[in-house]
Design a protein around this ligand. Structure first.
Ligand code: HEC
Length: 173
């Protein structure tokens, strides 16, 4: 009696083992293959980031050609350089700005040379016309004043025409 019961137990144990072995022998499910393919797709279609991480670059060197700043200038399209206007702008710059700006190197404020490779024309105009409003409301202007140890860009009360002439001059630098 005893040995019969034992062999039954062994037999059922064997069956269990066989069925277990069957399960584990199943091939890799189709589902996981598809998931892998999808993963590859998402990785390759992710646009490679060309923007420099904001925190690593000083505000004066940061490139932001989207931000138009806060102020009266909403849209400004630039055509060919108007040399007469640029000459007027140079005069204004010499009288009103050179106390703090040198054209091609950092002084009390940043150098305007190549500024339109870093900023929109609207942003530059708004910064000249109303720096207080920019420092209060524009994140880039806020980072800029931090970089310049809290020295604020001075409002020189330029008319829009004068500011536009200075911008034209900046294009020639
Ligand atoms: C009293 C000093 C001072 C005067 C005068 C001054 N600025 Fe500035 N300017 C600064 C400082 C400091 C900054 C950077 C810190 C900040 O934005 O507050 C700056 C920033 C700027 C910026 C932004 C530069 C960048 O790289 O983003 C522009 C544009 C600018 N000034 C134009 C002018 C023009 C044009 C004039 C003359 C009409 C002028 N500034 C007069 C001190 C001055």
């Amino acid at each position: 009696m005893k040995s019969k019961a034992l062999s039954l137990m062994l037999l059922s144990g064997c069956l269990t083992l066989v069925s277990c072995g069957d399960k584990s022998a199943k091939p890799v499910s189709e589902e996981s293959v598809i998931t892998n393919e999808r993963k590859v797709e998402t990785t390759s279609s992710t646009p490679s980031s060309t923007a420099t991480p904001a925190a690593d670059v000083p505000a004066s060197e940061r490139i932001d050609l989207v931000n138009k700043g806060k102020g009266p200038i909403k849209t400004l399209l630039l055509g060919d350089i108007d040399q007469a206007m640029a000459a007027k702008g140079q005069e204004v710059f010499k009288n009103m700005c050179t106390a703090c700006h040198k054209t091609d190197k950092k002084f009390i404020g940043p150098a305007p040379k190549g500024i339109l490779e870093r900023r929109t024309p609207e942003w530059v105009m708004n910064m000249i016309l109303n720096p207080e409003n920019m420092i209060e409301n524009d994140p880039l202007a806020q980072d800029l004043i931090k970089e310049f140890n809290g020295a604020p860009m001075a409002n020189q009360n330029l008319t829009e025409e004068e500011a536009r002439a200075v911008l034209e001059y900046f294009r020639t630098l």
